[in-house]
Design a protein around this ligand. Structure first.
Ligand code: ARG
Length: 463
């Protein structure tokens, strides 16, 4: 076996280079190259600060800042030669900077460590993702609000236990998802506020004896302030975990909605027609149009939940401060972020394109004795019956309708009066599904008037 030479960045005390397996398990360049732009932004801010604090000369800082831009453009154009021996993005960039500008590159790492550097880079990357998810959530919510406005008074069955419960409006159902994604938006924004402290300058773990200006680098990189404890700063991955937790809950919402789209687009339900753009065919069954996008969204939550559990598990046993275990944070977050963004975009596309089948929704809304509660409420309101008694009488009427194989509005007045003699013809007014939904005007209820108010409120918020 040929003896490799020791690492050019930290190999001073090493006589020999790493075993190939050591290099393979140690290197993160295969994935952390995705943080190249963040790494270079962090280094440029650090170089400017070193000069402002009198730690390096202005000309060295200028050379570093310019050289870093050259390195960035090499990476962006795809001509950069990534080296596994140089482990990670931080050392790949610094080594190339040395080639580009020579000696001044050796001063860049003054007063910092890869530990605060990686924490800073990763925070910047996660912050960008929080912003991207924020935008994608808003786009999806706008699509849902449009659906809600179009069908504010279309009736459909509302379910509990996936059994017909009471009629609701299509708009109300769409707006339920707006509320769910609205909470996701809140979680993303909360996480962003909490994470926005800059680790740069915490150095390896203890801070530095150089007179660095952490306020300056924090400000330059768009952070609200420097993080207050250097040990915490280099060992904190809460921001990644908060991203994954918020992503998991959001993915769970996407999956629930995907599940409904799968059910609704089936021949048995026919509640919605998904567009060709978001469906696929079968290679053997010519009649098929499959809701693959919805199914894949439903499936993708698995890897997002998995990423959350994986990183929680990585972190749970780590003593302060940095441990190499933490290098395992990135792939999980990258994969979760990619798949969440894809799922959000696919859901937005499906919602925008789908058409609700108004007739099927309405026909289903009236079946399954869905207005039985309206009937019971009528008995309470008009005949002053206690609700429990009204429930009992209604149950007898449902049994009668079921026996005759008809729905409640199809029973005759005489049938009704055979169960309770005080019932009058007015009762038929409440058995229609449109009257049923229109009557549910309590705040947060399904009445079209309430749905339109909520849609208007969210439109205002979403701009
Ligand atoms: N590649 C490393 C990571 O992602 C960078 C930090 C390395 N720090 C160290 N002390 N070895 O965590």
């Amino acid at each position: 076996m040929t003896q490799k030479s020791s690492n050019q960045m930290w190999g001073g005390r090493f006589a020999a280079g790493p075993d190939a397996i050591m290099e393979a398990i140690n290197a993160s360049i295969g994935f952390d190259r995705r943080m190249a732009a963040q790494d270079i932004a962090g280094s440029r801010a650090h170089a400017a600060m070193l000069a402002a604090a009198g730690i390096v000369s202005d000309s060295d800082a200028e050379a570093m800042r310019e050289g870093l831009l050259t390195v960035l453009s090499e990476i962006e154009s795809g001509e950069f030669n990534f080296s596994t021996a140089l482990e990670d993005i931080h050392m790949n960039v610094e080594a190339r900077l040395k080639e580009v500008i020579g000696a001044p590159a050796g001063r860049l790492h003054t007063g910092r460590s890869r530990n605060d550097q990686v924490a800073t880079d990763f925070k910047l990357w996660v912050r960008d993702q929080l912003d991207a998810v924020d935008g994608a959530l808003q786009a999806l919510m706008r699509a849902l609000v449009s659906q809600a406005e179009a069908g504010a008074d279309w009736v459909m069955p509302g379910f509990t236990h996936l059994q017909t419960a009471q009629p609701v409006t299509w708009g109300h159902h769409m707006m339920a998802y707006v509320e769910m994604f609205g909470r996701d938006l809140g979680r993303v924004r909360d996480a962003r506020v909490r994470m926005n402290e800059c680790p740069l300058g915490a150095a390896a773990l203890a801070g530095t004896s150089f007179p660095i200006d952490r306020e300056m680098t924090a400000r330059d990189l768009g952070f609200d302030r420097p993080s207050a404890n250097s040990l915490d700063a280099v060992s904190d991955r809460d921001f990644a975990l908060e991203f994954l937790s918020a992503a998991s809950i959001c993915a769970m919402h996407l999956s629930r909605m995907a599940e409904e789209l799968v059910i609704w687009s089936s021949a048995q339900f026919r509640f919605v027609t998904l567009s060709d753009r978001f469906s696929t065919g079968s290679s053997i069954m010519p009649q098929k149009k499959n809701p693959d996008a919805a199914e894949l969204i439903r499936a993708k939550i698995g890897r997002i939940f998995g990423a959350n559990v994986a990183l929680m598990t990585v972190m749970k046993g780590l003593p302060l401060a940095y441990s190499k275990d933490m290098q395992e944070d990135k792939e999980q977050v990258f994969d979760a972020a990619d798949n969440l963004m894809l799922a959000l975009a696919a859901m937005e596309g499906m919602v925008k394109d789908m058409s609700a089948n108004r007739e099927s929704l309405e026909a289903a809304a009236g079946s399954g004795f869905s207005t039985a509660t309206d009937l019971a409420d009528w008995l309470v309101r008009v005949l002053d019956m206690p609700f429990r008694d009204a429930h009992h009488v209604t149950g007898a009427l449902v049994a009668m309708a079921e026996g005759k194989g008809v729905d409640l509005p199809d029973l005759s007045l005489a049938d009704m009066q055979s169960v309770h003699s005080d019932i009058t013809g007015d009762i038929f007014d409440v058995l229609g599904v449109h009257n049923s939904v229109a009557s549910r005007t309590s705040y947060g209820g399904t009445a079209p008037v309430r749905v339109r108010e909520q849609a208007a409120r969210w439109k205002e918020i979403l701009g």
